[in-house]
Design a protein around this ligand. Structure first.
Ligand code: PBG
Length: 339
């Protein structure tokens, strides 16, 4: 042991090395591991994204997301009550309309499926949970883009902001406590904040999808909402190779009035999440998205991964990277395990 038993300096702290220090001491029993565990994972930190389909007679399975369905209004209500009983911190609702048009008019219509479902849930759950709404047009447009198009077929940023503002007010009126603008238009948080305040909804919060990447992992979600998109969202979502602009987006959203910010996807972007958590003055959320869900479910179905252990490790890792809250399709199930 000539090389050990010395002390060396790491980040200006003097640390002992083997055999003085044996890291395994703190791993020897379950009680010891519990005592020194750094990361908590609690049901209240989990938010369940849910889909509700207009005119559905029964819940419809989503083949690339086994276990997740497009709900009917009635099944949504029941599943929401169950999730809240399991202790989840919130519900994020996505609407799947029966008809779509160029401007996504189902999004602003008080009788549109998302607004109707929000009303149902607020009536059922009151303030027992945080009811969140996806504030974006892609489910409602016949071209599948997150905004309205200009004469050349490009997504028109500022025209889209006017629709988001109207959509946000409709959602607040329908009972949403928190809005999740996910379209990555410049200025969307400020436009929605101003419209909410003008309409007397000062208390409706905004969870800004600040850093949302143009990701292949959204594939199963596109099936979940019957997306009409051809092409991609690269003119508004971020390039996976870029880190710096994520922090810039957060800064802008906070300046525009975001109450919390989100990083999405989660697993392939834990570095972005860590960087965001270090600088954000508001709570940070991460979205454990559809493709991340599908990967684990597919591997578990093949017997290649231990499903429960993998899910809990995924969620713990997202927390460890810095997320205060996690949107995950496993929210209700994981909450029940954690309870
Ligand atoms: C767009 C939106 C998307 C997701 C949430 N909101 C998809 C997209 O940008 O194409 C993806 C969520 C998931 O993959 O689980 N409004």
């Amino acid at each position: 042991h000539t090389w050990c038993g010395r002390a060396f300096s790491l980040r200006s702290t003097v640390v002992a090395v083997f055999p003085e220090f044996r890291p395994r001491r703190l791993r020897g029993t379950a009680a010891m591991r519990r005592l020194v565990s750094e990361t908590t994972l609690r049901p209240r930190q989990l938010i369940l994204p849910m889909f509700v389909a207009e005119g559905a007679a029964q819940p419809r399975p989503i083949s690339s997301m086994p276990g997740v369905v497009q709900h009917t209004r009635e099944s949504l209500r029941k599943a929401a009550v169950d999730a809240v009983r399991a202790g989840v911190g919130g519900l994020m609702i996505f609407g799947v309309p029966q008809t779509r048009d160029a401007t996504g008019s189902g999004a602003t219509d008080e009788h549109g499926i998302l607004n109707v479902a929000l009303r149902d849930l607020r009536a059922e759950l009151g303030d027992d949970t945080v009811l969140m709404a996806d504030t974006c047009l892609d489910e409602f447009t016949d071209h599948g883009h997150c905004g309205v198009l200009d004469a050349d077929g490009r997504v028109d940023n500022d025209a889209t902001l006017r629709v988001y503002a109207e959509m946000g007010v409709a959602q607040a009126e329908a009972g949403a406590h928190m809005l999740g603008p996910s379209g990555m238009m410049d200025g969307q948080v400020g436009a929605i904040r101003e419209a909410l305040d003008d309409a007397g909804h000062q208390d409706t919060a905004i969870l800004a999808y600040s850093a949302k990447y143009a990701s292949a992992f959204y594939g199963p979600f596109r099936e979940a909402v019957d997306s009409q998109l051809k092409g991609d969202r690269k003119t508004y979502q971020q390039d996976p190779g870029n880190a710096r602009e994520a922090l810039r987006e957060i800064e802008l959203d906070v300046a525009e009035g975001a109450d919390a910010v989100m990083i999405k996807p989660a697993l392939a972007y834990l570095d972005i999440l860590r960087a965001a958590a270090e600088v954000s003055p508001v709570p940070v959320a991460a979205y454990n998205i559809s493709g991340e869900y599908a990967m684990v479910e597919a591997a578990a179905a093949n017997g290649w991964l231990d499903r429960e252990r993998t899910i809990l490790e995924v969620l713990t890792s997202i927390r460890r990277a810095g997320a205060d809250m996690i949107l995950t399709y496993w929210a209700a199930e994981a909450a029940a395990w954690l309870d």
